[in-house]
Design a protein around this ligand. Structure first.
Ligand SMILES: NC(=O)c1ccc[n+]([C@@H]2O[C@H](COP(=O)([O-])OP(=O)(O)OC[C@H]3O[C@@H](n4cnc5c(N)ncnc54)[C@H](O)[C@@H]3O)[C@@H](O)[C@H]2O)c1
Length: 453
């Protein structure tokens, strides 16, 4: 079965008897070691794989990818770590080979690091097979995907965590402590986003050794994310990557745990950056110079919360700019902004002046980073990739609730289809669904209260 057949066959098989006699999956008692599999060993999968193979409490027993080059590079990582060779699936290009892995692998958990369009079905299949899911961002594509993933998680009870690594960034976690200690007073407004020049990710030459830049190909002629992600910029217009920005803000605002999003709208600018890049790099006669991109270069999303806060997200991936997630957390007594690495606290900072964030980090550094910062050194994205894998593994070993759970995943990720809907309706403001079915009123925050995970 080739990748292009994945979707049609995926939906035909969903809910079939294929899953009867499912695996033992996550046991009720806590465990010392986990057997983990991975679907998708591309650029991201391999970053997470490196974190998995350096742990003594994880055995990577199976890897699945439909691209032999990606699979081969992943096997090298396992071998370099001195670990046993995992079983492999998908070399034949069968887009459903992961189901054989779920069946054959006797897995406790699976990491999903494939293109966005496959996350929902793969997570559903894994949960039905009682294999705990650590899913890369996003949870699904359509709004219905999100309801379906939620429904299966609630019915099966199989653990599901969104691997949103930015929630574990050192400054983001320190600010969580600042917020919880009341340093900024009552929370009023937050900002975040995904402001990352992805032009050299969305386009390349198709050379597996040069996944980032060096050409203007995408789709079947591209490699890694250029092969699939760029299509989303062609077909869709919305906040396509919300969780890096909204994850931390949602934790600050206790979304789904005493608070909820109530309303949402998105505005999209024109789409000019990707076309300009193709012409600049490939010339006006390159076939991709005639591609019409729908994704607005800057998509600005506003969310209203039940407790009265507002949150603004910006998706900005098609123009030249240095990376910044653009966080701002503001309350009645002060604020943090990440771009200028600064804090201002009324009555403590000099009036109308910023303090260097470092001065505050010393006091509010999170116990997780204090305890494990050295272990995280060298991990991807400044160490935060260590923490997100650590959290998934530790929570699963303990059979404890996932720190970034199904409601978080669905609520954050559903911003994408809702923002697309808002833009398609002329930037209309929409009601935000309550995925918790009212449980948000009584659920209590659990994320990162101590130094465990
Ligand atoms: N959290 C982060 O910081 C971060 C960073 C980068 C990427 N990501 C996310 O990770 C995911 C993967 O991104 P990437 O950069 O690794 O992309 P990639 O294209 O490099 O890797 C995706 C892999 O999935 C494989 N694949 C596709 N269909 C498959 C199938 N049916 N079965 C098995 N394997 C299949 C591809 O062959 C490829 O190797 C995306 O969701 C992306 O948004 C997250």
């Amino acid at each position: 079965m080739k990748r292009r057949n994945f979707l049609s066959l995926g939906s035909a098989l969903a809910g079939s008897a294929l899953y009867a006699g499912a695996l033992p999956g996550a046991a009720a008692a806590s465990r010392d070691r986990l057997r983990i599999g991975m679907i998708g060993t591309g650029m991201r999968g391999r970053v997470l794989l490196r974190e998995l193979v350096r742990r003594d409490d994880v055995e990577v027993v199976a890897l699945c990818d439909i691209e032999p080059v990606m699979l081969g590079k992943a096997l090298e990582i396992v071998a370099q770590a001195g670990k046993a060779r995992p079983a492999t699936f998908g070399e034949d290009g069968d887009g459903l080979a992961y189901r054989r892995m779920l069946d054959a692998g006797r897995l406790d958990g699976v990491i999903i690091a494939t293109p966005w369009e496959f996350h929902a079905q793969m997570a559903i299949d894994a949960m039905q097979a009682k294999v705990a899911v650590g899913c890369e961002v996003v949870a699904g594509v359509t709004l219905q995907d999100h309801w379906d993933v939620l429904d299966v998680q609630l019915k099966t009870g199989t653990p599901y965590m969104l691997l949103e690594n930015v929630c574990y960034r050192r400054d983001v976690l320190a600010v969580l402590r600042m917020v919880r200690s009341g340093l900024f007073g009552e929370l009023v407004h937050m900002q975040g986003g995904y402001q990352h020049d992805l032009r050299a990710v969305k386009f390349n030459s198709g050379d597996p050794e040069k996944p980032y830049g060096g050409g203007v190909e995408f789709g079947p002629r591209g490699w890694s994310e250029a092969r699939w992600r760029t299509q989303h910029s062609v077909r869709r217009n919305g906040e396509l990557y919300p969780s890096h920005g909204i994850g931390p803000c949602a934790m600050y605002a206790n979304i789904n745990r005493g608070n909820r999003f109530t309303r949402i709208n998105s505005f999209a600018s024109k789409a000019a950056g990707l076309h300009d890049y193709v012409v600049q790099q490939g010339g006006k006669d390159h076939p991709n110079a005639s591609t019409q991109f729908r994704l607005g270069d800057i998509v600005t999303t506003t969310l209203a919360c039940d407790n009265g806060e507002t949150i603004v997200l910006q998706h900005d991936t098609s123009l030249p700019r240095p990376y910044s997630l653009g966080f701002r957390v503001q309350g009645t007594r002060g604020l943090w902004m990440d771009l200028n690495r600064s804090v201002h606290v009324e009555g403590v900072s000099k009036p109308h002046e910023w303090d260097d964030f470092k001065l505050w980090l010393d006091k509010y550094d999170h116990p997780l980073w204090r305890r494990l910062g050295e272990r995280a050194a060298g991990a991807g994205h400044g160490g935060m990739d260590f923490f997100v894998i650590h959290a998934f593994v530790e929570a699963l070993k303990e059979n404890a609730p996932m720190p970034i759970d199904i409601y978080d995943a669905i609520t954050w990720s559903a911003i994408t289809p809702l923002s697309e809907q808002s833009i398609a309706l002329g930037f209309q403001t929409l009601d935000f669904p309550d995925f918790t079915g009212g449980r948000w009123r009584t659920r209590k925050p659990i994320f990162a209260f101590d130094d465990r995970y």
